[in-house]
Design a protein around this ligand. Structure first.
Ligand SMILES: [Zn+2]
Length: 246
């Protein structure tokens, strides 16, 4: 979703600003795309980082090079590609283009479409609320560090949202604080429910209070249904996750 201004001359002004990197004139509206996702170009194997796959579960996200000559997403044979295949455990999830992980590609596309700033947040499949807390916390830190580095390198173009391991509220508050104070992230993205728990469950009150104290706006994002990690009976009809959940 792109928030567009009502100025009919934006495109030419935007392109000039992007090309010359000059300070913006105060009468040129800023175009901010507040719903964009990003992921690192690679991920450690979190199933083995704090214990064994038996303890941590073996269905963690891994990223593999996409192969041009393979007929399907094998990641094992064929010529190398700039695309990446996402796997959950051994199950193929989707193939993504470099614009999912390469800030340079993203900025070119932003310039081409007249977007000044992207608000970047984690790909929701990486929330990992169903995972043990130690590796889930490590993953959240890894993703937040990555988003912060992209924002630090390109402060005029990207604003970052944190992710937190909401299966543990006190860990989430700690990571939220680190994301704000140490990393400079501007808000937080969370799912629509946490392991079957609705967001109005009182156990999340401490988290809402921390968001308020730290002035961290919240972007609530459904997981979708490509994996059985969300309450299908509640959200499955009428495209509800997208029409109501966002
Ligand atoms: Zn989204």
């Amino acid at each position: 979703m792109t928030i567009k201004s009502n100025c009919c001359s934006c495109n030419s002004s935007q392109q000039r600003w992007a090309d010359n990197n000059e300070p913006r004139s105060s009468n040129v509206p800023l175009r901010i795309d507040m719903h964009t996702h990003i992921m690192p170009p690679s991920l450690p194997d979190f199933s083995k980082l704090y214990g064994s796959p038996e303890q941590n579960g073996d269905d963690w996200m891994t990223l593999r090079s996409h192969c041009l000559s393979s007929s399907g997403p094998s990641g094992q044979t064929g010529a190398a590609s700039t695309k990446v295949d996402m796997y959950v455990g051994e199950k193929f999830f989707r193939t993504v283009e470099p614009n999912c992980f390469d800030p340079i590609v993203r900025m070119k596309e932003m310039d081409a479409t007249g977007v000044d700033v992207q608000v970047i947040s984690t790909v929701p499949i990486l929330f990992s609320y169903d995972k043990p807390i130690e590796p889930a916390t490590a993953l959240a830190r890894y993703l937040n560090d990555h988003i912060a580095s992209v924002c630090r390198d390109n402060p005029q173009r990207f604003v970052g949202l944190a992710t937190v391991p909401l299966q543990d509220v006190s860990r989430s508050v700690a990571e939220l604080r680190r994301a704000k104070v140490d990393l400079g992230l501007k808000g937080v993205e969370i799912g629509t429910e946490i392991n079957g728990c609705s967001l109005d469950d009182p156990k999340f009150n401490l988290f809402w209070e921390a968001c308020e104290d730290l002035d961290m706006p919240i972007f609530v994002h459904p997981l979708g249904y490509e994996l059985e990690r969300e309450n299908k009976s509640r959200w499955g009809n009428y495209w509800s996750a997208w029409l109501i959940g966002m």
